[in-house]
Design a protein around this ligand. Structure first.
Ligand SMILES: NC(=O)c1ccc[n+]([C@@H]2O[C@H](COP(=O)([O-])OP(=O)(O)OC[C@H]3O[C@@H](n4cnc5c(N)ncnc54)[C@H](O)[C@@H]3O)[C@@H](O)[C@H]2O)c1
Ligand SMILES: [Fe+2]
Length: 414
């Protein structure tokens, strides 16, 4: 057997910890004097954001503010923003959730290379470096601060679409858990679920022939030993802290520790997915999100246990490792532990209020084939799944997730 191929693609600077946001001026590219500062309406009025804007101005950096990014990121909005910017910025600073950070990434592409987002859909379509992006996440979820992808909504398409290129990786990820303290329990739950899914999907992704040209052929190369490090640590952090981060009756110190840990989990998930890539749960969430207009992490959560039940037979040792990371006792029986991984994820998501089924999420009956057909077009995700995904198998996962019935996928008595 060949030696495994390891690959990391990550921001040159990653900083995590309470208060690190205040070091923002030190992480601007050398000599940067003009910044575009991107956020959404909620954050634009928040004291934390105003403090960051002031820090930039005191640093002598002129600031052009874009303060109204919409959740789930309509592609046309980025085109409008690119047209409105008259200066040539040296840096784009994003302060927000995945929608804001992805907006900044796409804006950075348009300002550097012109055109419209559609020109860059898919993998490796961005021709060169972009305006540098510094990302400060305010949700503990997407990991976008560390990834080479931005996901946009396009009114000409039925579902969201990705721009994937190593040029999209921010030059600095400043992960300050204090920025997530204001997130309500429901947002903490859906974003934490997204982080968990990034760890699980990259840890169980396909492993490709470890040839040296692979990173030039694919932005996301699948499972690798380096991906595994981040993925497993992220799952452990989610196990330790997602419940405490969501459930509101914890004392302040517990809540704070849990939010810190979830910021770490989200970053670890971003570092894992940024090289390994995600798979079936993400492919299916795209059409589910288009149908229901529900948050990315909510759809992911309604799908993840069923995707896991489908994939489990192809990844028994990995699922056993996941079970241990999720708190199972090590019996040495990998088959039995692998089932426990599915059960542990389902139980955890139920505890934090994630919809248990696609029906609970608002998907109408009879949409299985429609969802499966669209999911099957997300090739980079479908090809990254450890079990082959046909339209039929995607429809079976969808049917199971809609009915809340694992027996459609596996006769194990879950
Ligand atoms: N690029 C990537 O690697 C990647 C990975 C996964 C998901 N995504 C994308 O990211 C987007 C979802 O991002 P998200 O889950 O971070 O949410 P989001 O950025 O869409 O924000 C959701 C809502 O939460 C609010 N919010 C954000 N931070 C808050 C805080 N600290 N306190 C209170 N409210 C806050 C926002 O104002 C918004 O109303 C989707 O478009 C998804 O497709 C991108
Ligand atoms: Fe995701």
């Amino acid at each position: 057997m060949n030696a495994p191929l390891g690959l990391l693609r990550q921001p040159p600077t990653v900083l995590i910890g309470r208060g690190v946001r205040r070091s923002l001026p030190a992480h601007l590219p050398h000599g940067a004097s003009r910044a575009v500062l991107v956020t959404d309406e909620r954050m634009a009025g928040a004291a934390d954001f105003i403090e960051l804007k002031t820090l930039l101005e005191q640093n002598g950096t002129s600031v052009y503010l874009i303060g109204s990014v919409q959740a789930e990121l309509p592609a046309a909005d980025v085109v409008e923003a690119a047209k409105s910017i008259e200066c040539e910025p040296d840096v784009i600073v994003a302060v927000g959730g995945g929608s804001v950070i992805d907006f900044a990434k796409v804006l950075a592409v348009l300002l550097a290379h012109g055109g419209v987002p559609q020109d860059y859909y898919g993998e490796f379509a961005v021709p060169g470096p972009t305006v540098p992006v510094v990302a400060l996440p305010t949700t503990a979820g997407t990991g976008s601060e560390a990834t080479p992808v931005a996901v946009v909504s396009d009114t000409n398409r039925e579902m969201k679409v990705g721009i994937s290129s190593p040029h999209l990786i921010p030059v600095a990820a400043l992960c300050d858990p204090e920025l997530t303290d204001s997130a309500p329990p429901s947002l903490t739950a859906v974003s934490g679920t997204d982080a968990l899914s990034h760890c699980i999907e990259s840890f169980t992704a396909v492993g490709r022939e470890p040839i040296a040209t692979l990173p030039a052929e694919r932005v996301f190369i699948g499972k690798s030993p380096l991906v595994d490090l981040y993925a497993l640590e992220g799952v452990r952090a989610v196990k330790r802290s997602l419940r405490n981060a969501v459930i509101g009756d914890r004392d302040a110190a517990t809540l704070r520790t849990a939010r810190d840990d979830m910021a770490f989990a989200a970053l670890a998930g971003g570092l894992a997915l940024g090289t390994g890539g995600t798979a079936a749960a993400h492919a299916l969430q795209y059409p589910v999100g288009a149908l229901t207009h529900t948050p990315h992490g909510a759809g992911i959560g309604a799908l993840l246990p069923y995707v896991m039940a489908f994939n489990r037979p192809a990844r028994v040792p990995e699922f056993a490792q996941l079970a241990l990371a999720l708190g199972a006792e090590d019996t040495g029986d990998a088959e039995s532990l692998s089932y426990q991984a599915v059960e542990a994820v389902r139980a955890l998501l139920a505890q934090i209020g994630i919809p248990a089924t696609l029906a609970d999420l608002g998907v109408a009956p009879g949409m299985h084939t429609w969802i499966a057909e669209r999911a099957s077009t997300a090739r980079r995700l479908v090809e990254n799944n450890p079990r082959e995904l046909s339209v039929d198998s995607l429809a079976a996962i969808t049917a199971a997730a809609h009915a809340g019935d694992m027996s459609i996928l596996d006769d194990h008595p879950y």
